[in-house]
Design a binder for this molecule. Structure first.
Ligand code: FUB
Length: 368
């Protein structure tokens, strides 16, 4: 993934100790100490975690608390490219808070890449779910052939540690799993991401190593669709072959590949509000979180607008939860690293709806 804007990279003393990265010795990237630049002025919220880089926050309410399942960003020294090779994460930490604005507890390493039998590299944006006394951590990871698959790990506690299943979920591919459990108890996984997320490299159920490396490059055709699959009762497998999640524009037409302001890129999330299903996602190279609304978990979903305007950094990734009668958007930017794309920090802010159920767009730097 390449930056659209000139890089805001300021040399910093980032030290990496990657040599021994077993579960007992988590990967440590030292936090930069310089003050954030002017582009962060007016930030509406502060980083929730300040002693490590965190991103892609998937928040859930478990056991009456807020649990956050983010990526753990590190500086592995890999040059930035459209493939996202610079996102070279190796483990996950889980965080919890009793309330918004309360102390953020780091529960330590919840899962390490060295404990995943099928692992190649790059632990990207995870999500979590709960069913019948077990917590499930879902994660995208490249296998030994360099193909992203989605894995699952289990624990009796929301904070882990989690034990990975020996194989990735059968039939899974691409990145950014988001598991939504409907009010009837049925769970669905939404997933997919283009460019480094490889969705465009899947053709007729096969991974094409020579396939297009970014978009499908067919601007007048329907954009590549994110995927949905119902989960089995034990939450470890897909109960059906993944289907396309269709996103329509305001005129009922499928959003086209050339419509980069609206087309799906990555970072799917689903929540339910007033009986409607809200499918939100990142537009990637136009850097927004948008949303579309549908009448059932499978869609189709009709585009409604922007949830979150671009943050400083290339990626935009989020989750939405209700807690104590209010709605919250968890997101990230790059304030702690002063603009380094791959060294992000998670944040939270309140999210509001208007009287018709439309989300009021959030400007992450509105307090200028
Ligand atoms: O964190 C790595 C990747 O960057 C995530 O999987 C994407 O959603 C983007 O945030």
């Amino acid at each position: 993934m390449k930056k659209k804007q000139p890089a805001i990279l300021i040399a910093s003393a980032l030290l990496v100790s990657l040599a021994s990265c077993g579960p007992q010795q988590p990967v440590k990237t030292t936090i930069a100490t310089e003050k954030p630049g002017p582009e962060f002025e007016g930030a509406i919220s502060k980083p929730l975690v300040t002693d490590m880089y965190t991103a892609d926050p998937s928040a859930h309410v478990f056991e009456g608390k807020i649990f956050i399942y983010p990526s753990h960003d590190i500086d592995a020294g890999t040059p930035e490219n459209d493939n996202g090779d610079h996102f070279a994460m190796k483990d996950y930490h889980v965080f919890s808070m009793d309330k918004i604005g309360g102390k953020v507890t780091d529960h330590g390493v919840a899962l390490d890449v060295s404990d995943i039998p099928w692992a190649g590299k790059q632990l990207w944006a995870p999500d979590a779910a709960y069913k019948n006394g077990t917590y499930y951590l879902y994660f995208p990871l490249k296998d030994k052939e360099g193909i992203f698959r989605i894995g699952v790990a289990t624990s009796k506690k929301p904070q882990g540690p989690f034990k990975a299943q020996p194989e990735p979920i059968k039939g899974s591919f691409s990145i950014d799993p988001a598991v939504f459990t409907d009010t009837d108890g049925t769970s669905y996984m939404y997933f997919g991401g283009i460019w480094g997320g490889q969705l465009q490299q899947w053709e007729n159920g096969k991974f094409n190593h020579q396939g297009s490396k970014t978009d499908k490059n067919k601007d007048d055709e329907p954009a590549l669709a994110p995927k949905i699959a119902k989960m089995t009762d034990n939450m470890l497998e897909f109960a059906e072959a993944p289907k396309d999640v269709v996103i329509l524009d305001e005129n009922g037409q499928v959003i086209k590949g050339g419509d980069h302001d609206k087309r799906f890129f990555e970072a799917a999330w689903v929540h339910k509000y007033n009986g409607k299903y809200y499918f939100s996602y990142s537009t990637g190279d136009t850097h927004m979180i948008c949303y579309a609304v549908g009448d059932n978990p499978y869609g189709p979903f009709t585009y409604q607008g922007v949830v979150l305007k671009p943050v400083v950094g290339w990626t935009n990734h989020h989750s939405i939860i209700e807690f104590d009668g209010k709605w919250y958007l968890f997101y990230h930017d790059t304030e702690l690293s002063n603009g380094k794309t791959h060294l992000r920090n998670i944040k939270v802010t309140e999210l509001k709806y208007d009287s018709e159920g439309k989300i009021i767009p959030i400007d992450p730097y509105a307090n200028k």
